[in-house]
Every structure is written in structure tokens, then in C-alpha cells.
Design a protein around this ligand. Sequence first.
Ligand SMILES: [Zn+2]
Length: 72
Amino acid sequence: MSATIHCPYCNAGQVVGDFDNYAPFYVNCQECSRRYIVEPVRHGVVVYRDGDAPCCSDPECRATEMAGSGQE
Ligand SMILES: [Zn+2]
């Protein structure tokens, strides 16, 4: 599965691929080098600026929550 996304900062297009589940991940823009978040959804992808995503769509926040809740 792959999709064409657009950078939320400079609007540069980029193709992302090889995701096979709905876990969000970070992408580095090839034009402006800023990092943003791509979350695959049922009908495509959603793009968030780094820091704008809700926790469930933020890879680092998810990792923190899973680490915190998985230890008990
Ligand atoms: Zn960009």
C-alpha cells in the first residue's frame, strides 16, 4: 500500500509506501526537511504537522503510552 502525500509545511508532494497497517509514522520532507506525521486511514492517509496530531496519531506519544501501560 502506498499513497501520495503533501507536506503540511511547504506542500511538496511525496510518495510514501510499504505501510501495511494503520500505525502512524514520521516522514521527513525532501524539500524543506521538516518532519511530519502520516497516518494511514481506511481511504487514504491523513497528514499532521509534528506536534499537531492527537496522541493516538502521534508515533512518539503512542510509544510512550504503550510503554507506560504495558509494564503493569
Ligand atoms: Zn516540506
